[in-house]
Ligand binder design. Structure first.
Ligand SMILES: Nc1ncnc2c1ncn2[C@@H]1O[C@H](COP(=O)(O)OP(=O)(O)OP(=O)(O)O)[C@@H](O)[C@H]1O
Ligand SMILES: [Mg+2]
Length: 255
């Protein structure tokens, strides 16, 4: 059994992380610590390294150099089974939520139990849905209780993103790693979803790391901004300390 930390302290730590894809340097000597309960936005132009950084933080990319510590465990000392146990405490949300399109919503929400459920129980649940009340509670929190048995691909993009959030509520991770979760949503739904994520994190003491292209959303829903450009940290500061000129510098086109 992998022990993961609880209470206050460092949730995620990167020390001297670099990552190369062939000749491309996606991350260049990044060091940072994310404390339990922080809400951190990753900002930066396309190709800056935001998704790569999130994938290092969720243990799916093993960096070329540097040390990664996830929930009190060094990535370098984990077997693949131990890594999977740590990853159960890391919730992931993507722009293109990885839901199974032709299944009913309840099955996608119940995927939040995978890792806790045995393979036979997971298989049984596909024929005979298990933990219906838990799934219904999660869907109620995201305003989709009436869609419990709807086919997932018949929902709108915004509703499907909410199903992904409901799945995450069922998973109940310690840390949420979200990669452009609002990129395909209109402004009202984007605010709705970010508020939902923020409120859940605040109420349950969860940690959030979210990559965003919308600076105003980052300033509204997060308390710390990390600017990345060409794989390097440009700034890492509380929201109030990040000025407009710092943000302009982050996004300016190369001369
Ligand atoms: N699997 C891969 N193979 C090769 N190069 C990659 C791979 N993934 C990312 N890269 C490169 O690494 C760099 C960082 O990419 P990354 O996807 O992390 O950027 P990003 O900040 O998430 O960009 P965007 O805002 O467009 O999503 C880019 O130059 C990209 O082309
Ligand atoms: Mg990306």
């Amino acid at each position: 059994m992998v022990r993961v930390m609880d209470g206050k302290g460092a949730a995620l730590t990167l020390a001297g992380i670099s990552h190369h894809f062939g000749s491309v340097t996606a991350l260049n000597h990044i060091s940072l610590t994310i404390q339990v309960g922080e809400r951190v936005a990753l900002l930066g132009p396309s190709g800056a390294g935001k998704s790569t950084l999130l994938n290092v933080l969720n243990g799916t990319i093993f960096p070329t150099t540097g040390q990664v510590n996830l929930l009190g465990r060094s990535l370098h000392h984990l077997s693949s089974q131990q890594l999977r146990q740590v990853q159960r405490h890391l919730g992931r949300i993507h722009q293109h939520h990885d839901l199974v399109a032709n299944l009913a919503v309840i099955h996608n929400v119940n995927a939040g139990h995978l890792g806790r459920w045995s393979a036979p129980k997971a298989a049984l649940s596909l024929a005979w849905p298990q933990a219906v009340e838990t799934a219904a509670n999660a869907l109620e929190q995201v305003g989709l209780l009436d869609k419990l048995y709807a086919r997932t691909d018949l929902l709108s993009g915004g509703e499907q993103q909410r199903v992904a959030i409901a799945r995450m509520l069922v998973q109940d991770p310690q840390v949420v790693l979200a990669d452009e979760p609002i990129a395909s949503l209109d402004p009202a739904r984007a605010h709705d979803l970010m508020a939902l994520l923020r409120d859940w994190c605040v109420q349950a003491g969860k940690t959030l790391v979210v990559s965003l292209h919308e600076v105003a959303f980052a300033q509204t829903y997060c308390d710390r901004l990390i600017g990345l450009r060409q794989g390097q940290l440009v700034f890492d500061a509380p929201v109030a300390q990040v000025s407009d000129s710092m943000l302009q510098g982050l996004y300016q086109l190369a001369p």
